[in-house]
Write a protein that binds this ligand. Structure first.
Ligand code: GLV
Ligand code: GLV
Length: 337
């Protein structure tokens, strides 16, 4: 029987074609709204492969309802929407799309740093409201310097490092980072960054940018206590995962002036955004999870996800396998090379 592959939400048509050309029986939704869990379970029943999105909850219940599944390929670098341990126990390969979105996400982080510091959306709204009639009025929009300031990076994987390279090379910033894993010293020197404990990172940052994965140890890593340690002039930027920041505490910190601003691309309960953030217009810039959203990056992500499904269902080891300890339950023989 031809293996069935489900694509849970819209991806580029050429990616779907690639699956069809590989000979699978492909069922691709064209919609970019996630299905409710029961409907997704229904759709995936009997399928051997799934191309999934961050907005699909691939939890233990879901996996238990899909006994024929042998690969889940998430079109994202993050995979906190997937119960990886449960997948591993079930012999299901979990794959992500690292690397290809590193620079796009770092660029978007910089858009937020600059837009928040220089109050770009406020200036745009000011002009469109017909208020740009005299230079002096624009003095209402004084921003903060970026060049030469101090950048703190919380979570120093590929994206955090790409943000650091832009900061050091382009903006002459002092960059400190904090991560559960400290880099080798020569790598730090090469990047021009220094390691800091969390307290120091918080206290010294003019800009604090979050690039950690969401795990039980990073959830609310930026909470009320952390925000209280930051400079009143500091700007918090988050393009990683919403739940790393305690959103209610952030709203409070912005309202009371305990920090100066925030540039956010991710939220605790997407696509819901805390009303206290939406109300706050000064020095708060809010984007709808656009980190990797460039046409070429999204195309590459879709191609990688599809390639992973094809590899897994052809008995090859997927190139960007997350659970490298998975023992394939059916068909696939793992090929360590
Ligand atoms: C986006 O948030 C991703 O994880 O790719
Ligand atoms: C992404 O690839 C990261 O590790 O930050």
């Amino acid at each position: 029987m031809t293996p069935r592959v489900v694509v849970s939400q819209y991806v580029f048509p050429e990616a779907v074609d690639q699956l069809r050309r590989a000979g699978f029986d492909v069922e691709a939704r064209n919609d970019d709204e996630p299905l409710p869990p029961e409907q997704l379970q229904e759709l995936v029943r009997g399928a051997a492969g799934l191309v999934s999105m961050l907005t699909d909850r691939i939890d233990a219940d879901f996996l238990a309802s899909a006994p024929d599944l042998s690969v889940v390929a998430n079109v994202a670098v993050g995979y906190d929407n997937i119960d990886v341990a449960a997948a591993t126990r079930a012999g299901i390969a979990v794959c992500n799309t690292p690397d290809v979105l590193t620079d796009a996400t770092a660029d978007l982080t910089w858009s937020l740093i600059l837009a928040t510091a220089r109050r770009v959306p406020e200036g745009d709204a000011f002009l469109r409201a017909g208020r740009y009639t005299h230079w002096k009025l624009a003095q209402e929009q004084l921003g903060a310097d970026v060049f030469g300031q101090s950048l703190g990076i919380y979570g120093f994987g590929k994206i955090g490092q790409a943000v650091a390279r832009r900061a050091v090379g382009g903006f002459d910033m002092t960059v400190r980072y904090h991560d559960a894993h400290r880099l080798p010293r020569d790598r730090e020197r090469e990047l021009g960054v220094t390691y800091a404990e969390m307290d120091e990172l918080l206290a010294t940052a003019d800009f604090l940018s979050v690039h950690a994965p969401l795990t039980e140890s990073t959830r609310h890593g930026i909470d009320a206590t952390a925000l209280a340690r930051m400079k009143p002039s500091a700007i918090l930027v988050n393009t990683a995962r919403g739940p790393i920041v305690d959103e209610a505490a952030l709203v409070e910190a912005l309202a009371t002036g305990s920090i100066a601003g925030a540039g956010l691309d991710v939220y605790e309960d997407e696509p819901t955004v805390h009303p206290g953030l939406v109300e706050q217009r000064e020095r708060v810039v809010l984007l709808p999870h656009l980190g990797s959203a460039t046409a070429s990056t999204r195309r590459r992500m879709a191609a990688i996800a599809v390639g992973n499904v094809i590899d897994a269902l052809s008995g090859r080891r997927p190139r960007t396998l997350v659970n490298t300890d998975v023992r394939p339950a059916v068909g696939a023989t793992s090929d360590e090379t």
